[in-house]
Design a protein around this ligand. Structure first.
Ligand SMILES: [Zn+2]
Length: 341
């Protein structure tokens, strides 16, 4: 693999004559824009990962109920050219899976552009990032063609359905419009950094590989209690075997409050593990004794994937240590890495 330094050979710049106008605008990023996107800073250095950018070998379509809205939606994943990255296509509105379009929302990660909003993107993006689907068009639709809001189906509350679907269809090396392979760039953290809100924090320390350590603490809910999970040398198989099947969890005594706030309308014992403060797990068995903590790692990977651009790796190469984090705090780390905060 070339060790040539700064400039990644990644972007396809010429709009395809067959592309829709909006897709053309997405592809009309200038060379300068791509170059700037990979400019290293004090905080991070973009380096070659030693891997080529990939995409799906075929299409995937899945339909299911959404957690918060309770509505049914369909997601179709399409192979995409190298350099295009991952982006949603909702009623022909293209929304890059980038922190630039992340909107703060309770209990999920939301992307929003020009009034079109896609909720609960984190489990799908977690699977795509971890398994190595670097370039992908994510078409999403729901039953009402007038809706400006849509939500990714929840399935069993984990990323298992997406990982299984990706493994079934397979991956291939992505080519750009000229038919060239593109190297995948990875962001290396240069110096310790952290973001925090009240008693929660996420920190990233320089490391030569991706490591994640996550802690949660629910002193009032004894069956969850204090848990730590560490993923050392995170790779595809560790993700698929140890993280992807960990489900969303919630505290039984808070369900009513969340429902009153218009959330989890589609929540059920089939798509979340539910824990009562007084009675313990409502719908056992768990898939792992520390399944809640592993699910936080799954969420973190999905949220940090929003740092990806032009088919690069989103997950920073660092030892990431998180404690009692949530989607908003995860997104803050991405903003910090981007120099936005
Ligand atoms: Zn989640």
């Amino acid at each position: 693999m070339s060790s040539s330094p700064e400039f990644p050979r990644i972007v396809s710049l010429r709009p395809s004559p067959h592309a829709s106008p909006s897709l053309q605008s997405l592809r009309s990023m200038t060379l300068a824009a791509a170059f700037n996107a990979f400019k290293s800073s004090n905080l991070i250095s973009w380096k070659h990962s030693g891997r080529l950018q990939q995409t799906l070998a075929g299409c995937i379509e899945r339909t299911g109920k959404a957690l918060h809205s309770g509505e049914v939606s369909t997601v179709k994943l399409w192979p995409e050219l190298a350099g295009q990255g991952r982006y949603f296509d909702f009623r022909s509105n293209l929304i890059p899976a980038s922190v630039d379009f992340a909107e703060e929302s309770p209990l999920c990660t939301t992307l929003c552009k020009n009034g079109f909003r896609i909720r609960t993107v984190e489990h799908l993006l977690s699977a795509l990032e971890a398994v190595g689907v670097d370039n992908c068009r994510i078409e999403i639709r729901n039953l009402n063609p007038e809706d400006h809001d849509v939500e990714v189906p929840i399935f069993d509350g984990s990323a298992k359905e997406w990982v299984k679907a990706i493994e079934q269809v397979g991956l291939k090396v992505a080519k750009d419009q000229s038919g060239n392979n593109c190297e995948k760039m990875a962001p290396y953290v240069n110096e310790p950094m952290h973001v925090w809100r009240s008693d929660s924090f996420v920190a990233a320390f320089p490391s030569q590989k991706v490591q994640i350590t996550y802690g949660i603490d629910f002193p009032q809910v004894h069956a969850i209690g204090c848990q730590w999970f560490s993923a050392v040398s995170l790779d595809n198989s560790l993700y698929s075997e140890q993280i992807a099947s960990s489900r969303t969890f919630c505290v039984y005594e808070e369900v009513e409050k969340m429902r009153n706030a218009g959330l989890i309308k589609g929540g059920s014992p089939e798509n979340a593990i539910i824990c009562s403060a007084s009675k313990g797990w409502v719908n056992p068995p768990l898939r792992f004794a520390d399944e809640p903590c592993r699910h936080k790692v799954l969420d973190l990977i999905g949220d940090l994937s929003l740092f990806a651009q032009f088919g690069s790796q989103g997950l920073p190469v660092a030892h990431i240590v998180a404690y009692k984090g949530g989607h908003a705090l995860h997104a803050d780390l991405v903003r910090r890495l981007s120099g936005m905060i």
